[in-house]
Design a protein around this ligand. Structure first.
Ligand code: ZN
Length: 222
């Protein structure tokens, strides 16, 4: 009986969403928000551009990605926006809400509600290509730099978080410039499976549940 309770408790914690916002698989979207008090450990990423703070692990991985892109293609990437604190997102959202005369639905279509932006985790960075006017535009996905990033970011532990055709799942429009750090092992799996983080987490939890169910169906634990 005690073993059964323990098994149940461990299975619940294993299939629950990743609770720690510093986890590379922590989910942030319009449904799952980060606490307003959450501030990650950060460091300045040593790459060209602005707003360059990320978590130390993501910063190192991003530096590797920038170096590899320059080495393999001769293209210099730039940071456009890394870590963004809750209060700044709140100010951006309130400004938008005011401009659409308090219409929350209209505001939500343009700006992430405070707490629902991955930028608050320090695991995401918006990037562009230097000497190009495509920063934060869909056209970035068609530039040589954007294509290289799309094909190679998984090698460094990143994914294109809001890919084309995933809008209904992620809740965000196509953003070829928004990279999310998930760690190398996870990025490779996400790349191989061509699926958004939301689906990957469901798959991961289903597999854990199936593994846990095996002894129960054997009839040994019931
Ligand atoms: Zn972004």
């Amino acid at each position: 009986m005690a073993a059964g309770v323990m098994l149940l408790e461990s299975s619940v914690s294993m299939v629950a969403p990743h609770q720690d916002p510093s986890s590379p698989l922590f989910l942030v979207n319009r449904s799952y928000r980060v606490s307003s008090r959450y501030v990650p450990a950060l460091r300045e990423t040593q790459v060209p551009g602005q707003v360059r703070r990320l978590t130390p692990e993501a910063a190192t991985a991003m530096e590797e990605l920038f170096h590899a892109c320059l080495e393999e293609t001769g293209i210099t990437l730039i940071s456009v926006s890394g870590y963004r604190e809750y209060d700044k997102q709140d100010r951006i959202y309130r400004r938008k809400l005011k401009s659409v005369k308090g219409d929350q639905e209209a505001a939500d279509a343009y700006v992430a509600l405070p707490g629902s932006s991955e930028h608050q985790t320090g695991l995401s960075m918006d990037i562009g290509q230097r000497d190009s006017k495509t920063a934060l535009g869909e056209e970035f996905g068609t530039t040589a730099g954007g294509i290289w990033v799309r094909d190679n970011c998984w090698r460094f532990g990143f994914v294109i978080r809001y890919d084309l055709g995933w809008e209904d799942i992620t809740g965000y429009a196509y953003e070829p410039w928004h990279l999310r750090f998930v760690g190398k092992e996870n990025a490779e799996k996400l790349h191989d499976n061509l699926m958004p983080l939301e689906e990957f987490l469901v798959l991961e939890r289903t597999q854990i549940l199936l593994e846990l169910m095996v002894p129960w169906t054997d009839g040994e634990k019931v």
